[in-house]
Design a protein around this ligand. Structure first.
Ligand SMILES: [Cu+2]
Length: 159
């Protein structure tokens, strides 16, 4: 699946990237993506209702290297912006906040983004996310650089 490697996606116009993503999405889904010591497992999101403007993105980030790294940002053609969020119970209320400094991924560690916890937030969705499709996301790491990942779209309300 090196055709979907970020080095390719980064230098090509966005339209080309989207075309490639659509053409090969079915082949790529479910496979692990890696850039150097950083690997992404089980990347998924949920189908959204027509009126819904935001969606959550989930995955496990694995750092097999000897140096700490950091997810600094993410982007996707399906959303105006992709933010990194945390969700915590505070005084009996679930609160979500943006991690503006990014998300640390320690050397030899795994960071799990999952419902009601750390997650990516797709902001201002351009169209509803449809179950069975895939969403291309580019993750930007401080040291590993950018990693292109296909998020599979699960059913509405999946956990
Ligand atoms: Cu959020």
């Amino acid at each position: 699946m090196d055709a979907m490697n970020t080095s390719t996606a980064r230098v090509r116009p966005r339209t080309t990237f989207i075309t490639i993503a659509l053409a090969f999405g079915a082949l790529i889904t479910g496979q692990a993506h890696a850039a150097g010591p950083i690997g992404i497992e089980n990347a998924w999101t949920r189908a959204t209702a027509a009126a819904q403007t935001v969606g959550g993105g989930f995955m496990t980030i694995v750092n097999a290297g000897k140096a700490d790294d950091r997810l600094v940002s993410a982007s996707s053609p399906v959303a105006a912006e992709v933010q990194i969020h945390d969700m915590k119970m505070e005084e009996g209320v679930m609160r979500m906040r943006q991690l503006t400094a990014g998300l640390a991924v320690p050397a030899g560690g795994r960071v799990e983004l999952k419902p009601r916890s750390l997650h990516l937030m797709f902001m201002q969705l351009k169209a509803p996310l449809v179950a069975g499709q895939t969403v291309p996301v580019t993750l930007q790491f401080e040291k590993a650089g950018s990693v292109a990942v296909q998020f599979r779209v699960e059913a509405m309300g999946a956990n």
